[in-house]
Design a protein around this ligand. Structure first.
Ligand code: G3I
Length: 324
């Protein structure tokens, strides 16, 4: 590995391994908080818009798109040579209120989906390096989640979406992204079958994103490794897309060290996979994390604290990436 000039930021260390390290980002604090923006510039070589490329925010009316917040994030990233990871072109959540009524038939749903992907992925065809094309299509029991898209278009909506994304953004890496599928279980079994079938049907699918929203002691690393291997054996690139490790509040030195060991073990396991492409956390500082609102009484899930000070988890990641 090439020598890394000090300071050894995660961005520098990841780049020297040909990997991504990054986070999701929100445009309001990006514009209003210089320490948040500086932290992202220093530590990240990829950024994912946390919400602003989702259907609701970017396509608020049938005939109207609002690219303003996504464009602000893309401008910030481009100005500093930071890649952009698009999120997400097909999901069951955060859709605009008009969608179910407008997509009231197979033909209407197909047209709306195709037009949306063409407009959004097409706009960022030269700037978004990878897309979460389909997000969370599989339920915890392994069945296809009953979403508007499944109801209107049947299971073929996934291949349709990947083909539309490839047509709109031929240079982008196209991912399937999900949570709760880090180890071998009913859900990851189903996703493995689903992606194998998509590849068998010739869908332009390049990678799989493991969200890794973690708590407690983290995943069994042996089962995580075996799961990564079987997805890699499909020829897919592997991504950790939304890592956070929530802790009971208030934190203690022991809980922060436990968190660091989970971050460390996860990255060490990923680095054993030749097609591992990068790790992104879902936020970079505890000041901006979805966790406290979703899991009251927990938080402190990210590598930097609310004052943007590095935590043991950050040092764990940096130590692993700095190892030869
Ligand atoms: O922008 C509106 C604002 O105008 C309004 O005043 C406010 C109160 O209603 O809501 C704001 O929208 C919120 C949005 O975040 C932006 O802050 C939505 O209500 C809220 O539901 C949304 O939560 C996001 C969540 O996805 C649901 O889409 C979280 O920030 C975001 O971190 C989370 O991210 C997801 C990934 O996309 C997929 N994987 C799981 C992950 C965690 O749920």
């Amino acid at each position: 590995m090439a020598a890394v000039p000090p300071p050894h930021s995660l961005r520098d260390l990841a780049a020297c391994r040909g990997l991504w390290f990054g986070a999701c980002v929100a445009p309001t604090p990006l514009a209003a908080e210089p320490d948040y923006a500086a932290l992202l510039r220093r530590e990240c070589n990829v950024l994912t818009p946390e919400n602003d490329m989702k259907w609701g925010p970017i396509h608020p009316a049938p005939d109207r798109y609002d690219f303003s917040r996504a464009d602000a994030i893309v401008r910030f990233a481009e100005a500093d040579g930071i890649a952009v990871h698009g999120h997400t072109l097909v999901w069951h959540n955060q859709n605009p209120a008009w969608l179910p009524t407008a997509a009231d038939s197979r033909d209407a749903a197909q047209r709306i989906l195709r037009d949306h992907i063409a407009a959004v992925a097409g706009r960022y065809a030269r700037t978004v390096a990878a897309w979460d094309v389909v997000n969370e299509a599989v339920a915890d029991d392994g069945t296809l989640r009953r979403t508007l898209w499944l109801e209107r278009l049947g299971p073929d909506y996934l291949a349709f979406a990947f083909r539309a994304a490839a047509e709109a953004a031929p240079q982008a890496r196209l991912l399937y992204n999900d949570f709760g599928a880090e180890v071998i279980n009913a859900k990851s079994d189903a996703i493995h079958r689903l992606l194998s079938d998509l590849l068998g049907a010739g869908a332009p699918l390049h990678g799989v994103g493991f969200q890794c929203h973690l708590s407690g002691t983290g995943p069994d690393l042996e089962r995580f490794a075996r799961n990564l291997e079987r997805f890699a054996s499909l020829g897919l690139d592997l991504y950790v897309t939304e890592l956070d490790v929530r802790l009971p509040l208030p934190t203690t030195p022991e809980s922060l060290e436990r968190q660091a060991s989970i971050y460390r073990g996860l990255l060490e396991t990923c680095l054993q996979q030749p097609t591992f492409r990068g790790l992104q956390t879902w936020g970079i500082t505890d000041r901006h994390s979805w966790i406290p609102g979703r899991f009251p009484g927990t938080g402190a899930a990210l590598p930097f604290d609310e004052q943007c000070r590095a935590k043991p988890a950050y040092h764990a990641l940096r130590t692993i990436l700095a190892e030869a």
